[in-house]
Design a protein around this ligand. Structure first.
Ligand code: AMP
Length: 275
């Protein structure tokens, strides 16, 4: 098993990158690695002779009242978990942001300001900004993103398409804990009781999927059913949309995304189903 090279600066990253002459898989993360992140690394290692992991808690994608300060930072444990990857790029903020007045990116109007984009103002501006920087620095052949963050994945795919970026985005399925909860670095914020409550999220999605499998196509009925199941939960949104995030009235199999986001205690939990 390879032990990863740790790269802290852009100079070190560039130097390392110059030595790579075969396809490179890239997995950008904010660290606090769990089995969801490891599945992305595994996919990359299976498809590319080299894999680079980045760990960077990106300040520009957090709102002023969000958890940037307390987001878990566990670099030593992450390094131990990432055995087999070639290198880990783990820069400080000042490496990635040289100026406090930089050019920024606006997400597209139709996909960028709904759902997460409506609730977390400026979030996707920061995501696209840092992802473009990371792509430019690392020149990957393929980059791996989780379907867990469905809107982020769709926006990154759109940025690659709109800006003719020379890489392939590889979507990876959601990895769940044994109890069904989608893995997230933020799950550690949940108390034992909150975690029990949070299970309603995947359970409701599963029940909706069952109804769809049994032939229900009416979004109105599925929405009402879902909201009844979620009674008492603090639901940010339950939405049925296509892969460009336009709302659907009828389920179209293979083209439907069901998004469900709830606040449990102080923690926002995202989950979804790709039908
Ligand atoms: P994060 O560190 O939360 O920014 O996530 C880094 C990458 O891991 C993103 O592409 C996420 O979508 C992906 N990811 C996070 N949780 C999961 C999960 N449970 N299953 C699959 N991918 C995930």
């Amino acid at each position: 098993m390879k032990t990863p090279v740790i790269l802290k600066t852009i100079e070190e990253l560039k130097e390392w990158r110059r030595g790579i002459n075969a396809p490179l898989g890239f997995v950008p993360t904010m660290g606090a690695l769990h089995a969801g992140h490891l599945s992305l690394l595994k996919a990359s290692m299976a498809q590319n002779p080299h894999t680079l992991l980045s760990i960077f808690v990106n300040p520009t994608q957090f709102g002023a009242n969000e958890d940037f300060g307390k987001y878990p930072r566990t670099l030593q444990a992450d390094i131990a978990l990432a055995q087999g990857v070639d290198a880990i790029f783990a820069p400080e903020s000042k490496e990635m942001y040289k100026s406090d007045d930089e050019i920024t990116l606006n997400p597209p109007k139709l996909m960028g300001y709904v759902y997460e984009g409506a609730i977390r103002k400026g979030h996707f501006d920061g995501v696209l900004q840092v992802v473009l920087k990371l792509f430019n620095l690392t020149s990957p052949t393929r980059a791996y993103f989780g379907q867990k963050d469905a809107q982020q994945l769709l926006l990154v795919q759109k940025m690659v398409k709109d800006f003719f970026l020379p890489l392939e985005i590889v979507p990876c399925p959601i990895i769940r804990d044994d109890d069904g909860l989608a893995l997230s670095s933020r799950n550690i914020y949940l108390s034992k009781e909150e975690r029990q409550i949070a299970l309603k999220i995947p359970q409701t999605l599963q029940k909706i999927a069952r109804l769809i499998n049994e032939g229900e196509r009416e979004v109105g009925k599925l929405y009402e059913f879902g909201m009844r199941e979620l009674e008492g939960m603090n639901v940010d949104y339950l939405a049925f949309c296509n892969h460009t995030l336009e709302p659907l009235e009828q389920i179209i199999p293979t083209q439907t995304l069901i998004l469900l986001t709830c606040k449990v205690g102080n923690t926002r939990l995202l989950d979804n189903l790709w039908i």
